[in-house]
Design a binder for this molecule. Structure first.
Ligand code: PLP
Length: 395
């Protein structure tokens, strides 16, 4: 039905764009449904099934009638389990009053901007960046300020580049290590220097650590909040069960930080979403209690695929992959092909039915993003098609 009523859309939506990642993956799904042999490297979620123990917990909860409202900021059991997780993984001490459970880490981040950011505030975002950060800042009325990072420097945010981007209006710095889309991680020495700047300039740090378990080459995850009390006070650590435990659709995220801010986020949830799904919260408790061997098994599979993917992409003319140190993406320089990232991705999908995400939506039109949350068979076949294609078009 097409109506002829002209809705006047609220100004706050003016700068917000639709998610390009979701657009391309849905087009690929449509083509697949029509019977085309589509191979997708678009996935932003693990391709493994949710662990059995986590699914069993859902069944148990349903049968026990655990289907009613819970406390808005999360059930006490989950908030405690999150405290234990921070303590075990990073030696970070929080109490449940520092924790709020939300409907995915995306929601945790959204809430933070709503509560901390207002008109005139500048939010520092290292680029390339995860698609939703700038849009969330716009929705809160703030101004994103992008700090460029380079593939030749491992996409590291250096303390020098951070200093160059600072203005009297700088309020929040976003960190995302390991990074989506680049697969880069922060070096501990850089992170320590950045923590000093955050404290010196009285900034707030939002540290999105959702890919913490996916690290390669024996790298270890370090949270900026773990260095000292001064930086911990100013940091909000965001995480969730989506990426770590193949639970993307169950929508559980959480954050840890200052108790007063956490209380305000609880009030925001009171009047917006109320509690995250009751059953999902119990499933998250079960996930956090899984034996640590689960993470290591998944990590090893991803590490093997990442190496295979990089090796194969390196053989495709014009593609210069960055070897990921974390997450499950290969970010790849395509500048020498001479096509913008959107045109290139459209052609790959149309001409050889391979779905890859344009870097433009992550702040770099000279890159594309491959996800290796796909089978080795698909990686061999899909990258093979790309190699043949580039041989033809570049010659
Ligand atoms: C996937 C992702 C999130 C959000 O995940 P949720 O499913 O909302 O928990 C947050 N940050 C980054 C960088 C991501 O890739």
């Amino acid at each position: 039905m097409k109506n002829n009523f002209n809705f006047k859309i609220a100004q706050r939506m003016a700068k917000v764009s639709p998610s390009a990642t979701l657009k391309l993956t849905s087009k690929a799904k449509e083509m697949k449904a029509k019977g085309l042999p589509v191979i997708s490297f678009g996935a932003g979620e693990p391709d493994f099934d949710t662990p059995g123990a986590v699914k069993d917990e859902a069944v148990r909860c349903l049968n026990a009638g655990f289907t009613k409202y819970t406390p808005t900021s999360g059930i006490p059991e989950l908030r405690s389990a999150v405290c234990e997780k921070f303590s075990e993984d990073q030696g970070l001490r929080y109490s449940p009053e520092n924790i709020v459970i939300s409907c995915g880490a995306k929601h945790s981040l959204y809430n933070l901007f709503q509560v901390l950011c207002e008109a005139g505030d500048e939010v520092l975002i290292p680029a390339p960046y995860w698609v939703s950060y700038p849009e969330m800042v716009y929705l809160a009325g703030g101004t994103p300020v992008f700090i460029p990072t380079l593939q030749s420097e491992g996409f590291r945010l250096t303390p020098e580049r951070l200093r160059q981007a600072l203005t009297p209006k700088s309020k929040i710095l976003i960190l995302n290590s390991p990074s989506n889309p680049t697969g880069g991680i922060m070096e501990e020495s850089d992170l320590r220097a950045i923590a000093e700047i955050v404290v010196e300039k009285n900034l707030i740090c939002i540290s999105d650590e959702i890919y913490e378990y996916y690290l390669y080459d024996n790298k270890k995850h370090v949270s900026i909040a773990s260095f000292n009390e001064e930086i911990k006070k100013r940091t909000f650590v965001v995480n969730g069960t989506s990426k770590s435990y193949s639970m993307t659709g169950l929508r559980i995220g959480y954050l840890a930080g200052d108790a007063e801010v956490v209380k305000k986020i609880g009030i925001l949830q009171d009047h917006s979403t109320s509690n995250p799904t009751s059953i999902s919260q119990k499933m998250a408790v079960a996930a956090l209690k899984l034996p640590k061997t689960y993470r290591e098994e998944v990590r090893q599979i991803f590490e093997k695929r990442s190496r295979l993917m990089v090796e194969l992409i390196s053989k495709a003319k014009g593609f210069k992959p960055f070897v990921p140190q974390g997450a499950f993406y290969v970010f790849c320089d395509i500048e020498s092909i001479g096509l913008g990232s959107e045109v290139l991705c459209d052609r790959l999908l149309e001409e050889i039915n391979v779905a890859v995400i344009p870097g433009k939506s992550f702040g770099s039109d000279k890159h594309v993003r491959f996800s290796f949350a796909s089978s080795e068979k698909d990686i061999l076949e899909g990258i093979g098609r790309i190699t043949d294609w580039t041989n033809k078009i570049i010659g």
